[in-house]
Design a protein around this ligand. Structure first.
Ligand SMILES: Cc1cc2nc3c(=O)[nH]c(=O)nc-3n(C[C@H](O)[C@H](O)[C@H](O)COP(=O)(O)OP(=O)(O)OC[C@H]3O[C@@H](n4cnc5c(N)ncnc54)[C@H](O)[C@@H]3O)c2cc1C
Length: 453
């Protein structure tokens, strides 16, 4: 029997995970990428931002060194930082390319589009090639949304993708948008020495998050001298000879050196010829998928940000894996569909914020009875040893069964610690299953056993 010919458009986390798993399961895989393998996630989004957050974090630690009994000061070497960010991306990309090639995946550099229901045209430096596919994965990601009133110039008025690695550290940066990306940029540039003003369209940063969680971050921002413009919508940006003026719809304005927009994304579906394959998109241009990530065309799947689900690398990669298994028949064995409500996510600020599953505020809003237990890190030995007792662990469970429904962690290493609760939420563990586990002492994770007890 001929192997299934799978063509993947887009080499980000969704595309390359699907390519790797499908090749291992015996498919003949071609992955088309117009920029770099690793996708926007590696080139512009997750990896550079987290690499810069890491440097900012080390600088902040040095600032606290005296509390550890040390005399130390740090100074930013911007060239070294830029080199470091580039080398991390390069190393990840090389590893990924080597792995995919060793698995027999054909990597094609070029721009792909449907020219028939099963035919994909790829245009690259070498010319044009038509691929014929039994199945296609659309994993083309998104790009920053740019409103009419924002005269993006890549110098002073920036999208998130133009803001790093920066050629200079902005003297005063205005961040427009206080969702996950906006608060991460606020934290990142403040850590690197910029004055930062954050335009918050509502009355709370991170409007989708538990208010108690958002409040800890707001306090930390205010303590670090970050200016919060709450209830303000940016409506115009003007260039001045040496900077920018950001105007809000309530007549407030901020003068600064730079401004970065973090107000969401739009899907890369235009020009893909999806209609030729019978693939529907929704009003926002996102590809419509079912619980198997199948589109309205039987042989076409979509995954990652373009599918309009949770815009996280981890989610895209999991969709990619599930698609490979579905396409190649592994779904006939006991199979768990991806439950987006159980995805853990993190915000890499200081303190870090992470959550999974049902939030206390959502349970309250829906009238669902839950048991909520909360333990502050100020009672945790390791947090005190590390000199950072901010934040808390909160566990939301079912009062009748004890099954853990969700949780939030604010504090040092929250993005790592949340994995314990993610395992619990995904597998229906009860609070006592965590309470009965013997964790290391002293460790931050002990806050989890305390909150589960
Ligand atoms: C600033 C920022 C920080 C983030 N940090 C995190 C984080 O810490 N953790 C996390 O989980 N998520 C994070 N995200 C989200 C994460 O980056 C995305 O969820 C992830 O990149 C989505 O992966 P993807 O595979 O859908 O697409 P992408 O990574 O966007 O890759 C899509 C690829 O498709 C290619 N492509 C598009 N059209 C075509 C075409 N016609 N032909 C060929 N190739 C094409 C593009 O060149 C691109 O490389 C962050 C996002 C932003 C904006």
């Amino acid at each position: 029997m001929q192997p299934t010919r799978l063509v993947i458009i887009g080499g980000g986390p969704a595309g390359n995970t699907c390519a790797s798993v499908a090749a291992t399961l015996g498919a003949e895989v071609t992955m088309v990428e117009r920029d770099v393998v690793g996708g926007a996630a590696h080139l512009w989004d997750c990896i550079p931002s987290k690499a810069m957050v890491a440097t900012g974090g080390e600088l902040a630690e040095l600032g606290q060194a005296h509390a550890m009994g040390l005399q130390a000061t740090g100074e930013l070497d911007l060239d070294a930082l830029r080199e470091r960010v580039g080398s991390i991306e390069q190393r990840l990309r090389t590893g990924m390319v080597t792995q995919l090639e060793s698995q027999g995946v054909r990597l094609l550099h070029g721009t792909a589009r449907f020219v028939g229901s099963h035919e994909i045209e790829v245009t690259g430096a070498e010319g044009t090639e038509i691929l014929t596919a039994d199945a296609v994965l659309v994993a083309t990601g998104t790009r920053p949304r740019i409103p009419d009133w924002a005269p993006i110039d890549g110098e002073r008025v920036l999208t998130t993708r133009q803001a790093y690695p920066p050629s200079e550290i902005p003297g005063h940066l205005v961040v427009i948008g206080s969702g996950v990306t906006g608060v991460e940029f606020t934290h990142m540039f403040r850590s690197l020495g910029s004055d930062v003003s954050l335009v918050v369209s509502r009355q709370q940063v991170l409007p989708q998050k538990d208010p108690e969680v958002a409040a800890v971050l707001e306090d930390a921002f205010l303590e670090r001298g970050i200016r919060l413009l709450k209830g303000a919508r940016a409506s115009a940006i003007e260039r001045t000879p040496d900077g920018v003026v950001v105007r809000c719809d309530d007549d407030r304005h901020v003068e600064a050196t730079h401004v970065v927009l973090a107000i969401g994304s739009i899907p890369n579906t235009d020009g893909l010829g999806l209609d030729l394959a019978g693939v529907d998109v929704d009003a926002g241009g996102y590809v419509v998928i079912d619980h198997n990530c199948k589109t309205t065309a039987d042989h076409v799947y979509a995954a990652g940000d373009v599918s309009g689900k949770l815009p996280l690398s981890s989610v895209g990669a999991m969709q990619g894996r599930k698609i490979a298994e579905h396409l190649l028949g592994l779904h006939s064995r006991p199979h768990r569909h991806l439950d987006y409500d159980k995805a853990a996510s993190a915000i890499f600020t200081q303190p870090e914020i992470a959550d999974v599953g049902l939030a206390e505020a959502d349970a309250f809003a829906s009238g669902r009875k839950v048991r909520v237990t909360k333990v502050p890190f100020s009672t945790n030995a390791k947090a005190l040893i590390k000199g950072d007792p901010r934040g808390f662990v909160k566990i939301v469970s079912d009062p009748a069964t004890g099954v853990i429904l969700g949780g939030s962690i604010v504090g040092r290493a929250a993005a790592e610690l949340i994995s314990v609760l993610a395992v619990a939420v995904t597998n229906g563990l009860r609070a006592e299953d965590i309470a009965d586990s013997l964790f290391v002492h002293p460790s931050l994770a002990e806050c989890l056993t305390d909150a589960a007890t």
